[in-house]
Design a protein around this ligand. Structure first.
Ligand code: ZN
Length: 158
């Protein structure tokens, strides 16, 4: 009995030791999110490993409406900054893609896209803290109430 338990324990250990580690290839640091004409992102949570030195995010607009009517962007902020960045974005206007130029609260952002368009942004993670409170939003006026989500850097994937 003792022998069997020992054998099982060794087997379990061996299995744990030899499982392949999570791949940290470039692909695992790439994210995709879509937004539509119903003012919705298709994801509420995005996750990347804290092993990612940089993250590449692509925003797709799967709708048909033009940018002026139903434009979407993807803006990464510290959670508590979300309302202020949404307001500042509105003030920045369409010419700035509703992102205030040089605003330190904006950690990363895509361009504003209309139906059928997409945009990709690559940003370093050096300034991000593992397990930090990060949110993303669309800063097109009036959209952030529906268009926001959680960005997880490290920790367990969800
Ligand atoms: Zn939007």
């Amino acid at each position: 009995m003792t022998m069997l338990r020992h054998t099982l324990a060794v087997a379990a250990l061996a299995a744990a030791c030899c499982l392949p580690l999570r791949a940290h290839a470039d692909d695992s640091c790439k994210l995709e999110i879509s937004a539509n004409d119903q003012m919705m992102y298709d994801k509420q949570t995005l996750w990347v490993s804290s092993a990612c030195k940089s993250v590449t995010l692509t925003l797709h607009h799967s709708g048909k409406l033009p940018k002026a009517a139903m434009g979407h962007n993807w803006v990464l902020v510290n959670g508590p900054d979300l309302p202020a960045v949404a307001n500042a974005g509105m003030g920045a206007g369409a010419a700035s893609d509703y992102v205030p130029a040089g605003d330190k609260r904006v950690l990363a952002h895509t361009k504003l896209v209309g139906g059928g368009e997409s945009d990709t942004v690559t940003f370093p993670t050096a300034g991000l803290k593992e397990g930090g409170d990060y949110k993303f939003l669309c800063t097109f006026p009036g959209h952030n109430a529906l268009m926001h989500g959680t960005f997880k850097f490290g920790g367990p994937p969800s």
